[in-house]
Write a protein that binds this ligand. Sequence first.
Ligand SMILES: [Zn+2]
Length: 275
Amino acid sequence: MDNPSRRNFLKDLGLGTATFSVAAERAQGGQLPGAPPSADLAPRASSPSSIMAIAAHPGDAFFAMGAAVALQVHLGGQGVFLSLSLGERGSAKIAPAEYGSLQQQSAERAAHTLGARAEFRNYPDGEIPESDEVKLQVCDLIRENKADVIVTHWSGSWHKDHKACYQIVNDAVFYAGLPALARQQPAHAVKRVFFAENWEDANGFAADTYLDITPVFDRWLEACAAFPMWRGETGFRYNDYYRSLAIARGCLNGSQYAIALMSPPEQLVRHVHAL
Ligand SMILES: [Zn+2]
């Protein structure tokens, strides 16, 4: 892969446009006893950026990725939640058509709470196609929203829709940055991609970036509570899991609450003049 947008993409990665900090850059806690010295030192954001959470299902977008979006909006950026399906087959008690509509309403309410927008592509839950048609639709949305930062699924998932979403986003980011790929909107190079920590995508997930979400923690919980499944109604205790995870990650980050993210390997490459 060698094209101008790809080169720009790689160059941009060194600019540290986001407020995300690399693992060792602890907000307040300083270096932990016995831990190796901080490795890096990505500068703080100089301007608000546009962020998109792109998930297979609305619950993933808000529970695993929502706090990152909430923080960017809090800092003056723009946030979009894109769900590739409505997660309509997620209830054993409510028929898919009705449950899908409830999921959509919950997502719209949650996005409103966070000052963000919710977008949907209604592919069938469990059957999200990993096709060029879908990748180009996501490419178009990335271009339309001029997304600087994207948070999405990690590939190490047992859920086929999550794995498909990972691949769709990877290729959509590539398409979005290709000037020679003519679509309605001009090409747009995404600066950073992060994979969210998700209980269903735990295989091989290795956190390298910690984000202090303390300023938006309460609002994020309020947004998640728009979903009945947040309270465990579909069998998994999302509320307990993600709230506790934010506390545990906060301990490692030296902040009250945090989320952990994973980067694509090329995003961690640094170019330095001295060691
Ligand atoms: Zn899911």
